[in-house]
Design a protein around this ligand. Structure first.
Ligand SMILES: Cc1ncc(COP(=O)(O)O)c(C=O)c1O
Length: 360
C-alpha cells in the first residue's frame, strides 16, 4: 500500500523547462539576466491586486522585513500563539515583544473579540494569521486598528490564492506576507513576498527593496551607497521561474484543494474539523481528536501521513511565560493535519475518510 503524503508539490514539464532555462542562462541571482524575480513580482501584484510587491527568499524574511517598517523597539505586537514560530520570531528580530492573544475555536485564527483586552500604550501592530488559508475576521481587526491607531500586518503564509487576498487596497493591512515554501499552495524551493497596500507605497517599496539586499541604495553599475542595515533576502531566479509557472496554475490547484476540503467536511464524521469556506485556499486541513498520540500512530500504520500545526508558541522554551490561553492550549493538544494537496486521487481521499471515521 502506497503512503499518502501530507503535503506534495504539484509540478509539470513547465517547471522542468523553466529551471533548465535559468540554469543555462548562467544568471542565477536576480537583478540581472532573465529577470524572473521582477516578472514574478509584477505578475503576483496583478494577481492579488495590491499596490506593490517585494519578493524575498522566505516567508520568515517577508515577516521580518514587513515588521521593520515600524519602530518596534520597546513596543508590543498582538498575534496568535497557534502559528509557525517565524510569526513570533519576526517580532523579536525587530526588537518588539510578542503578545499572544486567544484564537477562535471555529477557524483557529485570532479571536477578534479578545484582541482589545491585550491593547495598551505599548501596542503598535496587530499580526493575524490566516490559518490554513482561512480568512481571519479582517473587518473587525481593521476596525480595532483604526480605533486604536495601530498598524495591521497579515501573515498570509498559508493563503496564496485565497479569494479574499485579491481584494483591493483598503481591504488589507499595510503589509501582507506570503510564504512559497515547497509545501505551500504556490511552491518554490524557498521564497516569500511582501505585498504592500498603501496610497503612498513608493517610500515603503524603496525601504523594503534596500533592506532586502544589505541596505544597498542608489546603485549605478559598481557604485552604490548604504544608509541603513539590511539582509540578504533576495529571491533567486530558480525560485521565481518555478513560481511563475505555479502562479499560472494557482487557481486551478486551489480549486482541487477546495473540492477535497468540501468532501472532508461532508464525510468525516468528527464534529470538530476545519469548516468549509469558498474564500479559503486550504493550505492545510485540520481535524481535532481526543487521543492524538494513538490516532497518529494508527494513521501511520495505515500509511497516511499526518502533521501537527501547531504546538502553541507560548509553550516553547524561548517564549514560555505565565500567560494562559486555554482555548489555544486545548486545541494545541488535539489538532491534527491530514493530507490535502493536488496530487491526491479520489481513492486516496476515500481511504483517508474511511480510516479517520473508523479510528475516531
Ligand atoms: C504561518 C506561517 N508563517 C510564516 C512561515 C514562514 O515561512 P517560510 O518557511 O517560507 O520562512 C510559515 C511557514 O511554514 C508559516 O506557516
Amino acid at each position: 500500500m502506497k503512503t499518502i503524503k501530507l503535503f506534495d508539490p504539484f509540478i509539470t514539464k513547465e517547471e522542468e523547462k523553466a529551471v533548465l532555462r535559468v540554469l543555462k542562462s548562467h544568471f542565477w541571482a536576480s537583478g540581472a539576466g532573465i529577470k524572473n524575480v521582477k516578472k514574478f513580482e509584477k505578475n503576483f501584484k496583478k494577481y492579488i491586486n495590491c499596490d506593490q510587491c517585494v519578493a524575498v527568499n522566505s516567508g520568515t524574511a517577508a515577516l521580518h522585513l514587513a515588521l521593520s517598517l515600524f519602530d518596534l523597539k520597546g513596543k508590543e505586537v498582538i498575534l496568535p500563539s497557534m502559528t509557525f514560530i517565524s510569526t513570533a520570531h519576526a517580532v523579536i528580530m525587530n526588537g518588539g515583544k510578542p503578545i499572544f492573544s486567544e484564537i477562535d475555536e471555529e477557524i483557529l485564527c485570532l479571536d477578534s473579540q479578545k484582541i482589545e483586552e491585550n491593547i495598551n500604550q505599548k501596542t503598535r501592530v496587530i499580526l493575524p494569521v490566516h490559518f490554513g488559508g482561512m480568512p481571519c475576521d479582517l473587518k473587525s481587526i481593521q476596525k480595532i486598528c483604526k480605533q486604536n491607531d495601530l498598524e495591521l500586518v497579515e501573515d498570509a503564509a498559508h493563503a496564496a490564492g485565497s479569494e479574499f487576498n485579491k481584494e483591493k487596497i483598503g481591504k488589507h493591512g499595510k503589509a501582507v506576507c506570503f510564504s512559497f515554501h515547497p509545501v505551500k499552495n504556490l511552491a518554490m524551493p524557498t521564497g516569500g513576498l511582501v505585498a504592500i497596500n498603501s496610497n503612498n507605497s513608493k517610500p515603503i517599496l524603496d525601504d523594503l527593496k534596500s533592506k532586502r539586499w544589505c541596505g544597498i541604495t542608489n546603485r549605478k553599475k559598481t557604485e552604490y551607497d548604504v544608509s541603513e542595515i539590511g539582509w540578504n533576502y533576495y529571491m533567486n531566479e530558480f525560485s521565481a521561474a518555478i513560481g511563475l509557472t505555479q502562479l499560472k496554475r494557482l487557481d486551478k490547484m486551489n480549486s482541487i484543494r477546495k473540492k477535497i476540503a468540501k468532501k472532508y467536511c461532508e464525510e468525516i464524521q468528527l464534529e470538530s474539523k476545519m469548516p468549509f469556506e469558498e474564500n479559503c485556499s486550504y493550505h492545510l486541513y485540520w481535524i481535532r481528536v481526543k487521543n492524538r498520540k494513538k490516532f497518529v500512530k494508527e494513521m501511520n500504520r495505515e500509511k497516511i501521513e499526518t502533521g501537527i500545526h501547531y504546538k502553541p508558541i507560548h509553550k516553547m522554551t524561548y517564549y514560555k511565560n505565565e500567560r494562559k490561553l486555554p482555548i489555544t492550549e486545548k486545541i494545541g493538544n488535539e489538532v491534527v493535519s491530514i493530507p490535502i494537496h493536488q496530487n491526491l486521487t479520489e481513492s486516496e481521499t476515500d481511504r483517508i475518510i474511511k480510516t479517520i471515521n473508523r479510528l475516531t
